[in-house]
Design a protein around this ligand. Structure first.
Ligand code: SF4
Length: 640
């Protein structure tokens, strides 16, 4: 695709001339031809305490869009062999061109870095309002390198970034940190993204948490923040929606995207669709019935009737108190709850997500929803990934049962009181908590039993058993950030969720899943780069994504094929990075359990996951050689 040149209007010319005046130097460094972007990224050297403002290289914006894609491009430029916990690693907070706009579900940012958990490039997104406020403050992104000699936070307002002393909040949890900054700067128009004690103590799956409860959970991005002595990013900015390049085309694209979200046939339909009513936890009873809910560390593919206690329907009936949302989202899938009885009575938090309820409940062998609420709240406060923590516990429990502990005290299945105590020990790296803070893959490997952890490339699996949803098997194995459901959300096709009805497939069939996963990976790589919420894919398809992007940045010739090629380019860049980082041939695999131990549960009984067959199909579709991107493919996709 040739870059499109738009004639410069008198207004644009004036803006450009203003931008070149000395007082505005650094406010907008380049003459970005694409509309929509702030064209401003703050590059923060934490070692020297210096902030530089630069525009986005326009060819990068065209090739990699923003958020995930652009963040990966910066991290790739920084070098794939960097030690994730060294000052040289890069930590990017990146928006996409649609972030903070009037686009529905556009309150998203990607935190991109080299992961201390997997050694791959990783991107982890969060919602709420922080991404929108970063855009309203005048930025497309923040790129941190180096290590501050003392704890600092970045304060952002009116197009400026300042590094300030964070010693008063170092040692505090996320909730106290947010409160501290709210008291200092006032709550109005303020957002705080912070790490908790887990990030400070370099727990490998520490997360950044935004506005108390919205986490960039996966991959240990908070651990990288802790390694840099960066406690928080604090943004003050009032609402100021960016303008589209093509107003008329944008209105059409926006209205169409909104119509499909509101459509009562879709699960996104406000107050009617399953996602809106029950949140992501609408899935709990569905996967349980299908024999696709990994339970007791994935030894069983369903939890039985008591699973109902963990479900979105149960939460709705018993403890739901509010339905919060994110910037520009009518779906409001967040579920704020309050514990009504027992030792945690009165505890109020958001949100009981499906993955968290599974990881800290069914996969750890219990179904006490109040205990799950308590543990999610702990994770939000300490700043830890609920999925990885749940996998660490279930790995520990299976090692206990099999006598593999090598001196550690055993942890029984479902012992949630002990799990709650251990969560704090992990955040502070105390006792066995220090071993668990390394993540389930390293914990099991250090005990000499790597096979017990259900991990891929060092990251724990999420809540879909690949014996009952086979697309998830190939999706986990080939995910560029370790086991993940969000690189290719095949249940959209396997559970027949709109708008992929034309792709509807049998969850127990392997044939065709390699190609399906490639298609999803490419589409999601593009939407993650816009950056729109992943749940937009329950209503929007390739046309909606393409039209919104084309109208907002002013590229009317941009087609669905261009969109798919862009997603493919981003996916290949990530894979190329990983290849250079040491994840070469043979690094796409599944835990032995899923390929060799047949399901015994109704819905998937007798099935294993035929990974080898799906991998052959997938590599054929990708043009990769056993997981490695060949040079011709990089050239074809203009990866540069
Ligand atoms: S669907 Fe949920 S997570 Fe996504 S933007 Fe809306 S409220 Fe936020």
């Amino acid at each position: 695709m040739l870059p499109r040149q738009r004639p410069m209007t008198e207004e644009s010319r004036e803006t450009l001339l203003n931008s070149l005046s000395p007082e505005n130097f650094g406010q907008r460094m380049e003459n970005m031809q694409l509309g929509g972007y702030a064209d401003k990224v703050a590059h923060v050297d934490l070692t020297a305490g210096i902030v530089e403002y630069k525009g986005i290289p326009e060819d990068w914006a065209r090739l990699y869009i923003g958020a995930r894609g652009l963040g990966v491009r910066y991290v790739y430029e920084n070098g794939p062999t960097v030690d994730p916990l060294s000052p040289e690693n890069m930590l990017c907070f990146m928006n996409g061109p649609l972030t903070g706009t009037a686009a529905n579900m556009s309150g998203r940012m990607a935190i991109v870095t080299k992961s201390p958990l997997t050694g791959t490039v990783t991107d982890s997104h969060h919602g709420g309002w922080s991404a929108a406020r970063l855009r309203w403050a005048g930025f497309d992104g923040l790129v941190f390198t180096g290590k501050s000699p003392t704890p600092v936070y970045a304060y952002i307002e009116d197009g400026k970034v300042e590094l300030k002393d964070a010693s008063a909040v170092w040692g505090l949890g996320v909730h106290a940190t947010v409160k501290y900054f709210q008291e200092m700067y006032g709550e109005k128009d303020l957002t705080v993204i912070a790490i908790g004690q887990a990030g400070e103590h370099l727990v490998r799956y520490a997360s950044w948490v935004n506005e108390n409860d919205r986490a960039s959970g996966r991959g240990g991005t908070g651990c990288v923040g802790g390694s840099k002595n960066l406690k928080a990013v604090v943004i003050k900015a009032e609402k100021s929606l960016p303008k589209p390049a093509d107003k008329d085309a944008w209105k059409k694209a926006h209205d169409r995207a909104l119509a499909v979200i509101m459509d009562e046939a879709n699960i996104t339909s406000p107050r009617k669709g399953g996602l809106s009513l029950y949140g992501t936890n609408v899935l709990m009873n569905i996967t349980n019935t299908m024999g696709a809910l990994p339970s007791w560390n994935g030894r069983v593919t369903g939890y039985g009737d008591e699973c109902e206690n963990l479900s979105g329907e149960h939460v709705y009936d018993h403890i739901l108190v509010n339905n919060p949302t994110c910037h520009a989202c009518p779906v409001a899938c967040k579920k704020e709850v309050e514990v009504k009885d027992g030792m945690y009575k009165g505890l109020r938090m958001e949100s009981v997500e499906y993955e968290s309820a599974w990881a800290l409940g069914a996969n750890s062998g219990h179904h006490d929803i109040n205990a799950v609420v308590k543990m999610i709240d702990q994770c939000n406060d300490f700043g830890m990934d609920t999925i990885e923590l749940g996998n660490a516990y279930s790995t520990y429990m299976e090692c206990s049962e099999k006598g593999y502990l090598n001196g550690f005290a055993p942890l029984e299945w479902g012992d949630w009181p002990r799990m709650i105590e251990l969560t704090e020990d992990i955040a502070y790296r105390r006792g066995v908590g220090n071993a668990l803070a390394e993540g389930p893959a390293r914990f099991a490997a250090n005990l000499g039993h790597a096979e017990v952890s259900n991990t891929v490339k060092g990251q724990g699996i999420p809540a879909y058993d690949p014996r009952g949803l086979k697309g998830m098997g190939i999706a986990y194995a080939t995910s560029n950030r370790g086991a993940c459901h969000l690189r290719a959300y095949t249940p959209a096709a396997e559970l027949n969720i709109m708008p992929f009805q034309s792709l509807s497939v049998d969850p127990l069939e392997w044939d065709g899943k390699g190609k399906l996963v490639k298609a999803f990976q490419d589409i999601h790589a593009f939407s993650d780069s816009l950056d729109l919420c992943k749940f937009s894919a329950f209503a929007q398809g390739v046309d909606e994504y393409t039209q919104q992007y084309a109208a907002f940045v002013g590229l009317p010739e941009f087609t669905v094929d261009d969109m798919l090629k862009t997603g493919e380019r981003i996916y290949n860049l990530e894979r190329h990075y990983n290849n250079l980082a040491g994840h070469g041939e043979g690094s796409d695999y599944l835990p032995y359990r899923f390929t060799h131990e047949p399901s015994t549960e109704p819905g998937s009984e007798g099935h294993t996951c035929e990974l080898d067959l799906m991998l052959a199909e997938y590599y054929g579709a990708r043009g990769w050689q056993n997981g490695v991107v060949p040079e011709w493919k990089l050239q074809e996709l203009e990866v540069r």
